[in-house]
Design a protein around this ligand. Sequence first.
Ligand SMILES: Cc1cc2nc3c(=O)[nH]c(=O)nc-3n(C[C@H](O)[C@H](O)[C@H](O)COP(=O)(O)O)c2cc1C
Length: 364
Amino acid sequence: MPSPINLLEYETLARERLPRPIYDFIAGGAEDEVTLRANREAFQRLQLLPRALADVSSVDPSTTVLGTRLSFPVILAPVALHKLANPQGELATARTAAAAGTVVTLSTMSSYRIEEVAAASDGPKWFQLYVHPDREITKRLVARAEEAGFSALVLTVDVPRLGRREADFRNQLTFPEGVFPVNYLGEAELDSLPVQAQGSVLAAQGAVLIDPALSWRDVDWLRSVTSMPLLLKGVLHPEDALIALEHGVAGIIVSNHGGRQLDTVPAAIDVLPEIVEVVAGRVELLVDGGIRRGTDVLKALALGASAVLIGRPYIWGLAVGGESGVSHVLSLLRTEFEMAMALTGCASVSEITPGLVRRPQAAP
Ligand SMILES: Cc1cc2nc3c(=O)[nH]c(=O)nc-3n(C[C@H](O)[C@H](O)[C@H](O)COP(=O)(O)O)c2cc1C
């Protein structure tokens, strides 16, 4: 099998290699998957209007986000249980992110412990938080991440309940032996964590581990228990972006959880401009969902994001080729992004401006 030449081909290969229920779990979205499809379609609908004669003999794709230098503006999104794709799991993805000069965001639901991942890589790492109903457990998770050298906290705000991913119910999803959210080991609740369920085991675990009572008060509380800068992930409403500013967040990740939560919400890239307008440069804005091409990254930056996150594509890389698969996925995307910069006339990331993107008028 020849080496994949783009991120989409990685998905095709991963599909052939992974057990069907695991592939479906990773690839799938909620209910009718309208939002899942919208994430891709929105990028394809946006057009680029390049500038000519810009001297792009040298192109620099590097940038800085929350004070961290990135070799290019693509960060690894938090994805649960990397061992589903490869036994090296998060150890491999964290090492690869560091080697590629970018940030990895470790999920609370990782299949290696916070401390193991920190020991595997001294590159920049963010920790994604699901708030447990027991705030003492939550506090210990946050303290462990800070202690282990994670440099930002990403609070996911779009999962008061786990979205209904019907494929997982159809497949009666369970995880292989040894693949579970180990960060809760040592906390009494793990003993009672369901490993089998009528329907999706993840939905059953989420119902135990994630607090549906999460509110803005918890955002203040979190800021009081950590000195890590706080980002909110999963904001779509401009009013929530404004409230987030009042609560002192350092950044917002505009996201619909890769189409896995509330179905029929818009593509994240389509709401980004409204959020850019209300936030008016006061905090960092990032976006994820459906980014598969270098031109997608460029469009997101042109519309006001300082960087993007990718989820599924690097997991496909992990499934196909372990550490080198993830590395290849990142290098393909980086090469495409550099090409998109050159062809739109941008020698540096600061030259990527809104005028490069055109939204075609809808037919009357
Ligand atoms: C298999 C899978 C597991 C995920 N687990 C988490 C998680 O634990 N925490 C979280 O905040 N987001 C999680 N996400 C959402 C991603 O962080 C990200 O928002 C999404 O994958 C971006 O869309 P993309 O996959 O199209 O790039 C998960 C996504 C997938 C596909």
